[in-house]
Every structure is written in C-alpha cells, then in structure tokens.
Design a protein around this ligand. Structure first.
Ligand code: ATP
Ligand code: MG
Length: 384
C-alpha cells in the first residue's frame, strides 16, 4: 500500500486537437513546482498521479501544487493491488470514523471479476459492519469513499478532494507583460491572467532617488510570490526619474499622472517587443482613483501602437481585489508603506477627465522619443 496524490485537471478545456499540448505544458509546470522534492509524476487516463515521495513531504507537495493552474482537484489516496482484501484495507483507512457515507467505484479494468456496483456494495457493507459510528446514505452522504480500479492491476482508494487552483496551464495561452507597482492591485491582475494560461513578465517603473530602494525590494518580493503561480517571471525595471522631472519642469502639474501613464505605456510596449509579450496587463479598476476613469484609460491606450491592454480588475470592487490578494499571499507585502513613482510630484488636483487636445498640447512641450529612449537605457532585469 502506497500513499499517492491524485490530480484531476480541468478537463473541459483540454478537449480537441490541443489536448496533447496542454497536457505536456501542465506536466512541465507540475515538475517545475515540485523541483527539489523527491517524487515521480505518472500520467493515467484523465489524471496524474504523484508517487514515490517521502510521506513527511506531503504538506509541502500539496502547498506547491496549490499554485499550479490547471488542477481541478487533488486527493491524497492509497494505491493498492487490484484485490478486494487490499482494497478493503485501504478503504478502511481512508473512510471517516463517523457520519454518513457511501462508496463510489469506477472500474477501468473490465476483466476485474466484480463490476463497480458489486465492488461498492461489498466494500460498503464491510465498512458498515466493522466501523461503529457510520451509516450509509446514498443520496446525500457526508463522506464518499472512492475506489478506482485501474487497468494496470492497481486500484486507487481515496476519500477527500481538495479544490485545486483551477484555470489553464501557464504557458498555454501566450505571454503578457504586467505593469507591476508596489500596490495591491497589479499582482492580483497578473494572477488572474496567469490563471487563464498566460505566461507573465513584469515591468516596474521607479523614480529613484525620489522613490527609495525599499519600494524596489517590495516590488521584487511581490513578483517573487507571483512567480510561484506563473512558473517563473522576469522583472524589467526602468527608471523614469528624468521623465518626471521634465514633466514637472515643463508641463501643467495637473497632467503629471496622465502624462506619466502615457510614457509608461510607450515604454511597456517597447519592453513587450523585446520579451515577445503579446499584450500589456494593468491593475486598473474603473473609477477607483482619479486617473482610472475611462478618459484616463483612453489617453493611455492611445499611445499603444499594436498590443491589446488587459485590465482584468476593471469590474472589481476594492474589497474583492483585497480578498484575492489575501488568497494569493501578496496582501501583507502590498500594504507595507511605499512610494510609487505615481505619488512623486503628485498634484493637488490631478485631471480626472483629461481632454485629448489638452494632453497633446502638454506633451508637445517634451521630447517624447528622446525621453523614452533614455529610459530604455536604464533597463535592469531580475529573474525569478
Ligand atoms: P496598484 O495597487 O496596482 O498600484 P493602484 O490602485 O495604486 O494600483 P495606480 O497607482 O493608479 O493604481 O496604478 C494603476 C496601474 O498602473 C497599476 O495597477 C499598474 O498596473 C500600473 N502602475 C502604476 N504604477 C506603476 C509602476 N511604478 N510601475 C509599473 N506599473 C505601474
Ligand atoms: Mg499604485
């Protein structure tokens, strides 16, 4: 009898011609998550088994797999020989000691002498006889003992499913570039898009020395947490200090955030080209702050030449975003006080509904191309 972890993936999405591609990517991602931990991953029709691990590593393995997108459910179970005596011993071990239960059997091995109904009836009957405080309820049981008789002469026996991360395997839906700040929102936005199978690179803008080194460390820490879900990430770091000084010196201060955003988008598109990202991702949420109006988004979108900009949080309330950031483990870091470059030279009254003609008039006071080029020269890269 051997402890195994049974993994079911989100199968609905994996039908059709691409199935093999999804499955290979999924297996690669699980291997990556479990790197350095003793284990073997084996594929069985419609599921994966993790085997040959040390029992004391189970919690660690589950915590790693908890962050792998594409997993529908996980269950810790027992693998035994396809023999009714062994199956019963395993069922006895996994069956809860009280409450109502039923046995559900799936039989892939059609040569096994009993059919699935007979297996369920015999094992269930014996469990009932030999366990004091349990009773059968076939319609709404508190617990289900699952028996899966495989074709290779083994059977899997398990009882409780743990919900997996869901979604699609990262790497199956292209690559996006996340504009990551030190705040609560952008890591959540990256997590949401990664969940749909997209690989994520990050770009962060700082205005050192107006923003300090802790702000930078904080962003790197957020990216590191995100990288556990995204199968690694590369953070591109760009200094925008001179751009902000130029805006401050030459333009109407009310347009600081609007103009800076447009620079960020231009630079992000350049970085996306460099790292083959196919879209930009931001943590903007409609109406959350003064700059996140539809007019503000129109203004920042209009400098992007080719790429779509995904804003997965647009329809979310702040509370919903906070709940998600707590779930993924970025919240405690995000709430540490920090300076974002958007808060440097912040005007008392930023424009909330910037008019395009006014933005262009302000921007005309700057040498946009030279400033973008200069900022690109400050690029630093950190990999996780
Ligand atoms: P967040 O919590 O993600 O910081 P926010 O509510 O503070 O968002 P803003 O500061 O208006 O909102 O930023 C909106 C979006 O712009 C961010 O979610 C992020 O995608 C991008 N952004 C803002 N500042 C930076 C930065 N310094 N570097 C990279 N991207 C940034
Ligand atoms: Mg912010």
């Amino acid at each position: 009898m051997e402890k195994v972890i049974i993994i079911r993936y989100c199968e609905l999405h994996l039908k059709g011609k691409n199935r093999g591609f999804f499955e290979r990517q999924f297996a690669i991602n699980m291997e990556r998550a479990l790197k350095g931990i003793k284990h073997e991953i084996r594929r069985q029709s419609g599921r994966y088994l993790i085997e040959s691990f040390d029992e004391e590593d189970i919690t660690l393995i589950l915590s790693k797999l908890d962050k792998v997108f594409g997993i529908h459910t996980l269950a810790v179970g027992l693998k035994v020989k396809s023999d009714m005596g062994e199956i019963y011993s395993a069922a006895k071990q996994v069956c809860p000691k009280s409450g109502t239960f039923k046995v559900e059997t799936h039989r892939a091995d059609k040569t096994f002498p009993l059919n699935s109904m007979q297996i369920s009836a015999q094992i269930g009957g014996r469990l009932l006889d030999e366990t004091e405080n349990i009773s059968v309820d076939v319609h709404a049981p508190q617990n289900i003992v699952y028996i899966d008789v495989r074709e290779n002469g083994t059977a899997l026996v398990f009882s409780q499913f743990i919900k997996g991360a869901g979604g699609m395997p990262v790497g199956s839906a292209g690559k996006g570039l996340l504009l990551i700040s030190g705040g609560i929102d952008s890591p959540v936005a990256g997590h949401m898009i990664a969940k749909r199978g997209m690989s994520i690179d990050c770009v962060h803008f700082h205005s050192y020395p107006y923003t300090n080194m802790q702000a930078r460390e904080k962003v790197l820490e957020l990216a590191k947490i995100l990288s556990q879900y995204t199968c690694g990430t590369t953070v591109h770091i760009i200094k925008v200090t001179h751009i902000q000084e130029e805006i401050h010196k030459k333009c109407n201060g009310e347009y600081m955030v609007t103009l800076l955003r447009r620079f960020m988008m231009r630079i992000a598109e350049r970085i996306a080209q460099k790292c083959s990202a196919q879209c930009l991702i931001t943590g903007e949420s409609l109406g959350q702050v003064a700059s996140q109006t539809i007019e503000g988004m129109t203004s920042s979108n209009s400098v992007i030449e080719n790429l779509p900009v995904l804003r997965p949080l647009c329809g979310f309330d702040k509370n919903e975003i906070i709940d998600r950031s707590k779930d993924i483990g970025t919240y405690d870091i995000s709430i540490q006080p920090y300076e974002d470059c958007c808060t440097v030279f912040l005007p008392k009254h930023p424009v909330t509904k910037p008019k395009m003609a006014d933005i262009l008039a302000e921007e005309a006071k700057l040498d946009v191309n030279a400033l973008v080029e200069e900022a690109m020269g400050t690029l630093e890269v950190v990999k996780f």
